[in-house]
Design a protein. Structure first.
Length: 378
């Protein structure tokens, strides 16, 4: 039989000590012919991946469990950044306008006033809600005497606001950029931008997961989200910050989606529910940790930097490919047979499985009808 008419496809446990890894024929022409002949059976390979190929490389073995563990860490990083938005835009319970001396009667008519008396003098009282958050009294000019019944106008705040102690952060976006009263609309805008970016990220980077692969999509999303997180830390504009959060939201969706898909493709069906549930615990842990981090950080740029740090740590996956390898299922689905074979060999070796070659006629693969991967019971 002609050498180029044979190609190596399946992997089965061998009976001896050392593994004999699969390889395509050394002839370049033969290899190209073989890969072209494999293409029609790609769909069959994908359909039979879990039932026939997956068990022969160790199933959900030790190595699969290790890389599944590393796929949970992106959930923690994404949740920190996703939920920190609550603390960035939390409005303090109490705040009111800073007094404007230009609007008040001469100090010679007032004398020394207590804090409560000063509020009564400068801030309108609203029935049912207390002192106004957004308005000040304006007194007539050239007053000769002061009485409580003197006619006065109501004007918007002119010198900023005085804030009470907020929950969590001592200084957040609201207190730094005065996102109250006439500027309150910028808070829901920031939330909308972030969630819009998250939704767009699912669409755009989800498609990229299928084009570039799970590993490449994760690394690209991690790099972009880390850079955008650093830029958000340095942002000093209430207009730039929502745009940066929109972009970061889209890349965070890519981090979450690529790790989620890879995690499921590394597992056999019986373990997928458990693996997904445990990944949710990492998100819950980040949610429980966040209030304590907010109290310790005090300032919103510091909290943003702390939330970005886990994303930067995920860049270590770039240097150590073994902790987040490419999905063999995706490689087979995209007809990258030689890379898929190398990936499966790596999985089987790390799971402690010996593998040997089996030969199949190329015409059988071309027909795609009699594809029969050997099942060995251990």
């Amino acid at each position: 039989m002609n050498r180029t008419s044979l190609c190596y496809l399946t992997i089965s446990p061998c009976m001896r000590g050392q593994p004999s890894f699969c390889s395509f024929p050394s002839s370049t022409t033969g290899s190209n012919v073989c890969e072209k002949q494999l293409f029609p059976s790609t769909r069959t390979l994908v359909m039979e991946f879990e039932s026939k190929i997956y068990p022969q490389i160790g199933g959900y073995g030790r190595y699969n469990r290790i890389i599944t563990l590393f796929s949970w860490f992106p959930n923690f990083a994404v949740s920190l950044n996703l939920l920190s938005d609550v603390f960035f835009t939390l409005i303090p319970e109490s705040y009111h306008c800073n007094p404007d001396l230009a609007l008040l009667p001469p100090s010679s008519l007032l004398g020394n006033l207590s804090r409560q008396a000063s509020l009564n003098l400068t801030t309108p009282w609203l029935k049912g809600s207390g002192f106004s958050h957004c308005e000040l009294y304006k007194y007539p000019l050239n007053m000769s005497s002061y009485t409580e019944n003197v006619p006065r106008d109501v004007v918007p705040c002119t010198r900023g606001w005085e804030y009470g102690k907020p929950a969590g952060l001592q200084n957040n976006l609201v207190t730094e950029w005065d996102l109250v009263c006439a500027n309150y609309w910028k808070i829901p805008l920031q939330h909308i931008c972030f969630m819009t970016g998250w939704t767009l990220g699912y669409i755009l980077l989800g498609t990229m997961c299928d084009w570039l692969g799970r590993r490449c999509a994760l690394l690209l999303s991690v790099v972009l989200s880390g850079l955008l997180g650093i830029m958000a830390c340095l942002s000093n504009s209430p207009s730039a910050f929502p745009f940066l959060r929109l972009c970061q939201g889209s890349t965070l969706a890519g981090v979450f989606l690529s790790s989620y898909i890879a995690r499921l493709e590394w597992c056999d069906p019986p373990h997928r529910l458990m693996v997904s549930m445990v990944s949710g615990f990492f998100a819950v842990f980040a949610e429980l940790l966040l209030p304590g981090l907010a109290v310790l950080c005090r300032d919103w740029p510091v909290l943003q930097a702390v939330a970005t740090l886990p994303l930067l740590l995920l860049l270590s996956y770039w240097c150590c490919a073994s902790v987040f390898p490419e999905s063999p299922r995706w490689l087979i689905a995209t007809s990258q047979i030689s890379q898929a074979k190398k990936c499966l060999q790596s999985f089987s070796a790390r799971n402690g499985m010996c593998v040997s070659d089996e030969l199949y006629p190329a015409e059988t693969l071309l027909s795609g009808k009699n594809l029969n991967l050997t099942n060995i019971s251990y």
